[in-house]
Design a protein around this ligand. Structure first.
Ligand code: ADP
Ligand code: ADP
Ligand code: ZN
Length: 216
């Protein structure tokens, strides 16, 4: 299955993408995770991305598209992928079409995780991420057993620099102006399935599973 998970910042894309990718045995490709990995290693791409990520803005399309193009060309993408946080602009959606055509692949579903804006600021501000394994927690909705420590690997939990309230507001505005138009683009192809993200995590997981089943 070749799946896009769409949704605003804090919707639960990362949380659900990990589960879905594990269940399907396909790679989870998060452009945000790839940028953060480059940033923490201080690569040239990381240095370029940092100014945009820290400001809550989108990294330029040409840079993002080139990075995704490399990733999708890896052999593990043949049988499927869960794309998390890409595409985010009309130009990225056009580029993705081109990449998939070159690779002889087709999208099976665009799963849209819908969450009202008023819930998203608290979701993002309370998010904590493991520095070692990338697992995501929430101080209130999904707390680790020991504050500040990852349940899975014992790693240190940190707050992303772009998960401050003002930056979340910038990211939300950008999502509504740049990314929601993509829903229409994919709706015209009959690919979009919307799932309510303002439910307990397990219920969201079950609804996504059903949406995937219905797209086979
Ligand atoms: P995204 O990748 O869309 O930005 P995440 O998966 O990182 O979102 O989730 C954002 C935050 O909200 C995390 O702290 C996560 O633990 C929490 N979260 C995810 N899904 C839910 C849910 N259904 N209910 C409450 N909190 C959630
Ligand atoms: P979110 O929780 O907002 O969905 P992500 O971890 O997916 O966050 O992305 C974090 C940041 O990485 C974005 O705010 C943006 O700066 C950059 N980024 C991620 N994906 C893209 C993309 N497809 N195009 C441009 N920038 C991106
Ligand atoms: Zn961990």
């Amino acid at each position: 299955m070749h799946i896009i998970l769409m949704g605003p910042p804090g919707a639960g894309k990362g949380t659900q993408a990990v589960l879905l990718a594990g269940q399907e045995g396909i790679p989870h490709i998060s452009t945000g995770d790839i940028f953060r990995a480059h940033m923490s290693q201080g690569t040239p791409l990381g240095k370029l991305a940092k100014e945009y990520v820290d400001a809550g803005k989108y990294v330029p399309d040409d840079v993002t598209n080139a990075m995704v193009r490399d990733r999708l060309a890896q052999p593990d993408c043949k049988k499927g992928f869960v794309l998390d946080g890409y595409p985010r602009t009309p130009e990225q959606a056009r580029a993705l079409d081109e990449m998939l055509a070159e690779l002889g692949l087709a999208l099976d579903a665009v799963i849209n995780i819908d969450v009202p804006d008023e819930l998203l600021v608290e979701r993002a501000v309370g998010r904590r991420v493991c520095r070692s394994c990338g697992a995501t927690y929430h101080v209130r909705f999904n707390p680790p057993r020991e504050a500040g420590r990852c349940d899975r690997c014992g790693g240190e939990l940190y707050q992303r620099s772009d998960d401050q309230e003002e930056k979340v507001a910038v990211r939300l505005n950008l999502y509504h102006s740049q990314t929601t138009p993509l829903l229409q683009f994919y709706k015209e192809r009959g690919l979009v399935r919307t799932v309510r993200g303002d439910q307990p995590m397990d219920q969201v997981t079950a609804d996504i599973k059903e949406a995937v089943r219905a797209s086979r």
